[in-house]
Design a binder for this molecule. Structure first.
Ligand code: FO1
Length: 304
């Protein structure tokens, strides 16, 4: 079994590459839920949905979120009503949020509903929300305290951030399925997701760090920083704002001794020496999954 600690699109693309080189049923995605939002009374889980849509071959890869072949009639009507429409829910995507919200109201957990959605979408990978408790990543900015999606979508992550808070951690607990998967897996992969706002909130859920504390030799991480920039989103700016080097070394120092082996891009090969000096094993390969054969090479490096 291989566990992949996952945010959204970077993790989804890595998982899509991995199912070509390993038995898909041996893969478990442990997914961040700090981005989850209740909007219009509906529970939306962006990272879980990005992973399910991508593995089902239904995602809109150019947009980077939501479903392909999407239409926006509901949002147009909501606009006309003067409703809250900055967070765009496509007509097809809405079905997922209606389904999830109804099942949660019937008493199922997020884990239960995610399993149902994965089965309905015929996903061979096990997708596990890291916790069934409510944890929300929030941002202290010059505009005050913002929820994740207010910061990320409404303000296009274009604000100086003073602090990142993960609200609800003290009452939260990783699910038993997550703890067992982390304890029993042969390898734990940290996906090339945002270290500060996707992976760190997941690692901070009580139970997660304990479950992997003695597994360091099995932990491999893919750098989300390539050539001094994040491939998508604000990881580079946030690393800089919080005083970390915007490089694989900065991310490695941020995660610390959780990781055994770093996979870095060829353009960052020069950082290999610094990483080895810090005691990490290093693999240099193409980490940008622009072409299927690049994605495959990265998946093979992760599994090597
Ligand atoms: N991202 C946007 O940039 N604009 C949106 O309106 C938007 C809506 C949305 C709806 C459902 C969903 O699952 C994801 C959505 N995203 C949107 C993506 C999401 O905000 C982020 O990419 C993730 O939370 C970061 O991983």
């Amino acid at each position: 079994m291989i566990c992949v600690l996952s945010g959204g699109v970077g993790a989804a693309r890595l998982l899509r590459a991995m199912i070509d080189v390993v038995e898909p049923t041996s893969l478990v995605a442990v997914v961040n839920v700090g981005d989850d939002v209740v909007i219009h009374g509906l529970t939306v889980c962006p990272d879980i949905d990005t992973i399910i849509y991508t593995l089902a071959g239904l995602s809109d890869d150019a947009r980077g979120w939501g479903l392909g072949d999407e239409s926006w009639r509901v949002m147009e009507e909501l606009d006309a009503l003067g409703g809250e429409s900055w967070f765009r829910l496509g007509d097809r995507d809405l079905a997922t949020h209606l389904y999830r919200s109804q099942r949660l109201a019937q008493g199922l957990t997020k884990t239960d509903v995610t399993r149902e959605l994965a089965v309905r979408r015929r996903i061979p990978v096990t997708v596990l929300p890291v916790t069934d408790d409510v944890v929300s990543t929030e941002f202290d900015t010059n505009l005050g305290r913002l929820t994740f999606q207010e910061y990320f979508v409404r303000h296009r992550h274009d604000l100086a951030v003073r602090a990142i808070n993960v609200v609800g951690l003290s009452q939260a607990r990783a699910t038993s399925q997550v703890i067992s998967a982390l304890r029993e897996s042969d390898r734990i992969v940290i996906a090339p997701s945002n270290p500060l706002i996707s992976i760190d909130p997941l690692l901070r859920v009580p139970g997660v760090r304990d479950a992997i504390a003695h597994r360091r030799g099995e932990v491999v991480a893919v750098s989300p920083i390539v050539g001094g920039a994040a491939l998508k989103g604000p990881a580079d700016r946030l690393l800089h704002q919080f005083g970390h080097d915007v490089s694989p070394v900065g991310v490695a120092d941020f995660y610390g001794d959780v990781v055994d082996r770093w996979i870095i891009d060829e353009v960052d090969a020069a950082y290999g020496a610094d990483l080895r000096a810090r005691g990490f094993a290093v693999t240099v390969t193409t980490t940008v999954m622009a072409e299927p054969h690049h994605a495959r090479r990265l998946a093979e490096a992760v599994l090597a």
